[in-house]
Design a protein around this ligand. Structure first.
Ligand SMILES: *Cc1c(COP(=O)(O)O)cnc(C)c1O
Length: 417
């Protein structure tokens, strides 16, 4: 009977959660700055900025005001046949900020869908140009590109969080990251051999995040750009996790000085206030759709695309990148993590410590007992969610040094023996 009642009591089905054994979700009353305030009065310092979104901290007054103004005027209107100033302005600002001729912005409402749109753009671009057989994608081991079917097919088939769906979905061609001569040779061979069926290569530039926080360098991306040019396939950057300053430069492609053919953006786009994503294509991709034939149009259009309040939030967030010292804050977080985290490498449970921009990763030798570790973080007033074998910090850029110290101390005290 007890179990029956528990099942009946659960109307909300939570994400990535074994509903039977997981501890109850914490009930949040409000958020402020880098803090999550629970209904029972406890306060947690957020070490992961609400799944990497709240880059300026929670409830930033500038973003709140922009969303409130837009709410008064028009919370939403359909985007088919209609447009509005927030979407037009946001598209042109993103185009101006992104390098090269990444100028054509398609809005959606989630990261996964923005990657799906990138795949559709790439495959239909080749189709429109008379190469319908170019429709497969190459991705990398350790990758994570989303939870929908096509994006699961791009994510790591063995180690990623979608391993259980293997066989249910058509797998993309999964390669090793071309970080050394041997892997570059086999990657080039793959592209050369299958260039007639490959539409594009999809990568999370510089850091593969949800697949285990593996780093590679800008030189690898530059090599990949020329390999893709040579084989005549698109290079698609999934900047959903690292875009908007996480690693220092506003976009990873800028830091790496590589212009991909298509880039996807989402998580920090509205600074954690409303769902929004963007798929941005270069001129040559867009031109393949520019035709008198309606059948050559991009066939996609989510009901809530380009939601005006979300666009207003994104515009306000971009303004904060101009008016607040975001790059200095990222550098300060990076150097503070650099001073404090490496000491943890001496801990017997720790395999590696690595830092890039405002991202600090403590990789453990074995997957930790998740519930136990999460509970310990909460006891220490920290909201930190280990992922696979990694305990990581990806805080708001506005976090104070003492809040950051609090999070690091929570990790030090919570690591398994
Ligand atoms: C989170 C994430 C996604 C998926 O975004 P959703 O909004 O959760 O659909 C895709 N790619 C990367 C790199 C991500 O970090």
């Amino acid at each position: 009977m007890a179990e029956r009642r528990a099942i009946d009591g659960a109307s909300v089905w939570r994400p990535y959660t074994q509903m039977k054994t997981a501890p109850p979700a914490l009930n949040v009353a409000r958020t402020e700055g880098c803090r999550i305030i629970l209904e029972d009065g406890r306060e947690l310092i957020d070490g992961i900025a609400s799944w990497w979104t709240a880059c300026h901290g929670y409830n930033h007054p500038h973003i709140r005001r922009a969303v409130a103004r837009q709410l008064e005027r028009m919370p939403h209107v359909m985007f088919g046949g209609l447009t509005h100033e927030p979407a037009e302005r946001l598209a042109s600002e993103l185009a101006a900020l992104l390098p090269g001729d990444l100028d054509h912005v398609f809005f959606t409402e989630s990261g996964s869908v923005s990657v799906e749109v990138a795949l559709k753009m790439s495959a239909q671009c080749w189709q429109n140009r008379g190469h319908p057989e170019k429709r497969r994608f190459v991705s990398f081991s350790g990758a994570y590109h989303g939870d929908t079917f096509a994006t699961m097919a791009l994510s790591d088939p063995e180690e990623g969080i979608h391993a259980r769906f293997r066989g249910l979905i058509p797998q993309s061609l999964v390669a090793e990251l071309p970080v050394d001569a041997e892997r570059r040779a086999s990657f080039s061979a793959l592209l050369e051999e299958r260039r007639d069926e490959i539409a594009g290569v999809v990568i999370e530039p510089l850091v593969q995040c949800a697949g285990g926080f593996r780093f590679h360098d800008a030189e690898t991306l530059r090599w990949l750009r020329s390999a893709c040019d040579q084989a005549n396939v698109h290079l698609i950057f999934d900047e959903i996790a690292v875009g908007f300053g996480r690693l220092g430069p506003l976009f990873a492609c800028m830091g790496a000085e590589v212009v991909p053919d298509i880039v996807t953006l989402s998580k920090a786009l509205t600074a954690g206030t409303l769902p929004l994503a963007a798929t941005v294509a270069r001129r040559a991709v867009f031109e393949a759709f520019w035709d008198d034939d309606p059948g050559r149009a991009l066939m996609h259009g989510p009901t809530f695309m380009a939601n005006p309040m979300a666009c207003a939030a994104a515009l306000a967030s971009l303004e904060l990148f101009r008016t607040e010292p975001v790059a200095d804050r990222v550098a300060a977080i990076a150097s503070h993590l650099g001073r404090r985290l490496p000491a943890l490498a001496a801990h017997p449970a720790v395999a590696d410590v690595r830092i890039r921009g405002a991202l600090g990763v403590v990789e453990l030798k074995a997957p930790p007992p998740l519930h136990g570790l999460r509970a310990r973080f909460i006891e220490h007033g920290a909201w930190i969610r280990p992922l696979l074998r990694c305990v990581y910090l990806m805080p708001a850029f506005t976090i104070s040094e003492s809040e950051l110290d609090h999070l690091i101390a929570a990790i030090e005290r919570s690591l398994p023996d």
